[in-house]
Design a protein around this ligand. Structure first.
Ligand SMILES: [Zn+2]
Length: 106
């Protein structure tokens, strides 16, 4: 994984408007970069936003075969993250592999 991809992912993820900064990058079956995405809040409803993984699929569709997922703390450091049950179900169904960036606990 190149340094540039991680740096770009960090920059993009910090633009999230959610209280949790979650971002991801999608690759096709040959590990070519397809696109990136962040989570989106839905106003006035706790946990009602669009998660980064599903946002990515909405934008780029079935070309995505691998996802690199990360969460950042306010300090810009990587924090632990894993797909929620709902996203996991969708990703499994589509045969998408998720790689999580390991982060330090808050
Ligand atoms: Zn989710």
């Amino acid at each position: 994984m190149t340094h540039t991809i991680l740096e770009n992912l960090k920059k993009k993820t910090l633009k999230s408007h959610c209280s949790y900064y979650v971002g991801c990058v999608g690759f096709d079956k040959n590990f070519n970069f397809v696109g990136s995405s962040i989570n989106q809040p839905r106003l006035h409803k706790e946990g009602g936003g669009v998660h980064a993984e599903l946002n990515l699929l909405k934008k780029f569709g079935p070309r995505i075969k691998h996802i690199l997922l990360c969460r950042l703390g306010k300090s810009g450091k990587f924090r632990p993250i894993h797909p929620c049950k709902n996203c996991r179900k969708v990703l499994d169904k589509m045969g998408i592999r998720v790689i999580m960036i390991e982060g330090e606990k808050d």
